[in-house]
Design a protein around this ligand. Structure first.
Ligand code: SAM
Length: 333
């Protein structure tokens, strides 16, 4: 029998860990209230130091860290020695450990969160913690991959400076993996880092199916994010429902840089726009933003496009000359 996917194993491990620390955590209304307050503080950008060490934090934010990191790590092989910057209480690092990393270097400005991370990762990999802001007192090591999960928006400076701090912390790293929240502010910062990386000659492995300029950066009101299916185990789903947050899906911004073959094709940018007699789907591919369009009388094509979601991969189709629209008349082969 095949082993369950990494995200599933990491979520199960998280549930077991939380149960050992706080039996019945999933139905505890006090923890739900704490998690709601943490979620509001995160959205307002005022999470206090130490917050990431709490059980409520791990139960609420742990699943999104696991799902988004596992999604991004699909694009790269996990090396044995890795660094995470802004590792917090270790949920994202759990994915690295279960993906095959043997030595984890975890950097975080919050020492209490790192203590939690060590407990969460106990027995899974050799863990060295670096309780300091990134850049300060980095030890001698050779991580081949550096991860920033839900910390890129907190790193000081411009997107270029934040990216440079990740690279500076792991000069031998071949892959840089960034995942962050899917809102406009966090996502645009990731997309600006993408532009900097491309200008420096990096290859974007994920999520973009092309190496061109990001069309989401053209207008300041746009951004690009991926919708991820959470599929939480029942207790973690119950916790999310108790907090009043979706247990089913989430939005994240992703960027995976490094050597390797860039993806080919196109990516659905948002849910289909159903209009009178037709459906239009914005996609990003070679040449930037395009629309796929199907008329309702082409029922197979119409059903196909209507069923697409943001983040779905799709074949790149050339638009009609002089327009931004490719016309689809049949369903997928
Ligand atoms: C939202 S948490 C994410 C934790 C974990 N990666 C996850 O996804 O659950 C962001 C973490 O980044 C850390 N952080 C913020 N600025 C930092 C910096 N300059 N250097 C190192 N860590 C930093 C914070 O202390 C916090 O633990």
């Amino acid at each position: 029998m095949n082993a369950p996917p990494v995200a599933e194993r990491a979520l199960d491990h998280l549930h077991t860990f939380l149960t050992a620390r706080h039996p019945g955590y999933e139905d505890d209304p006090d923890l739900h209230n704490q998690a709601r307050a943490l979620s509001e503080a995160y959205t307002a950008g005022r999470l206090t130091p130490g917050a990431a060490a709490s059980t409520a934090y791990l139960a609420h934010f742990g699943p999104r860290a696991i799902v988004a990191t596992a999604r991004a790590m699909r694009a790269v092989p996990c090396p044995e020695i890795v660094l995470e910057v802004g590792a917090g209480s270790g949920a994202s690092a759990l994915v690295l450990a279960l993906s095959g990393a043997r030595e984890l270097f975890l950097c975080d400005a919050d020492p209490r969160a790192l203590e939690r991370a060590e407990a969460l990762l106990d027995g899974l990999a050799a863990v060295t913690t670096i309780p300091a802001p990134v850049g300060r007192l980095m030890p001698r090591y050779t991580p081949r991959l550096v991860l920033s999960a839900f910390s890129f928006g907190e790193l000081p400076g411009t997107p270029a400076e934040a990216l440079a701090s990740l690279r500076g912390a792991a000069p031998k790293a071949e892959h840089v993996v960034i995942v962050d929240a899917g809102d406009r502010t966090h996502a645009r910062r990731v997309q600006e880092a993408r532009a900097v990386a491309l200008a420096a000659g990096d290859v974007v492995l994920d999520p973009c199916p092309h190496q061109g300029a990001c069309p989401a950066l053209v207008r300041s009101t746009d951004w690009c994010m991926s919708r991820l299916d959470k599929r939480l185990p029942a207790p973690l789903a119950r916790f999310a429902e108790g907090v009043g947050r979706s247990a089913d899906d989430m939005a994240a911004s992703l960027l995976v840089l490094g050597p390797g073959a860039p993806a080919e094709g196109a990516l659905v940018l948002s849910r289909p726009h159903v209009e009178k007699g037709r459906v239009r789907v914005p996609v990003c591919g070679p040449g930037g933003l395009r629309y796929l369009q199907a008329l309702s009388r082409h029922s197979a094509a119409y059903a196909y496009l209507t069923g697409l979601s943001a983040g779905d991969p799709i074949a790149a189709l050339a638009p009609r000359p002089g327009t931004d629209t490719a016309h689809v008349t049949e369903g997928p082969a």
